[in-house]
Design a protein around this ligand. Structure first.
Ligand SMILES: [Zn+2]
Length: 147
């Protein structure tokens, strides 16, 4: 079992409302176990996240910056729970979304695959100019069209 440090405010026991919970996988399915009352619940409603190569490289670099790493982790946790509802729709044809963090400014881009219900995470960027953001979004759109 791996205790998820960022779980406190997001995952709570539906029986005793304690947020002191652990997650584990068993035979490919996800479960949540309450450390206070022992209640076990099925967490297979979580969205599956897939990461683009760009994002994987960015995550490896970000691992050295604690603050950025923590923000990304909480964005990804939220994404796992809420799926497309965690972000703002940028393109209603390609289903590209962004999640924003204000301090420090970070934007994370992802796509919701309606067929598989999978979330594909492209990349994130630190605060940049409006123009740079538009270029990033254009690059992602092109990538989706070429999938
Ligand atoms: Zn409980």
């Amino acid at each position: 079992m791996v205790h998820t440090a960022t779980s406190e405010d997001k995952y709570c026991c539906s029986k005793c409302k304690s947020c002191h919970v652990d997650f584990y996988s068993y035979k490919g399915r996800k479960y949540q176990s309450c450390l206070d009352c022992g209640y076990e619940e099925d967490r297979n409603a979580l969205y599956t996240l897939a990461f683009d190569e760009v994002m994987i490289k960015q995550l490896q670099k970000a691992a050295k910056q604690q603050q950025v790493k923590n923000i990304l982790q909480s964005m990804l946790d939220e994404l796992e729970v809420k799926g497309p509802n965690a972000g703002k729709l940028l393109d209603s044809h390609l289903f590209i979304y962004e999640i924003k963090n204000k301090h420090p400014p970070i934007r994370l881009y992802f796509r919701h695959n309606l067929q598989t219900d999978e979330i594909y995470v492209f990349e994130f960027e630190m605060k940049t100019s409006e123009e740079k953001q538009q270029r990033t979004v254009a690059k992602i759109k092109l990538k989706v069209k070429n999938f």
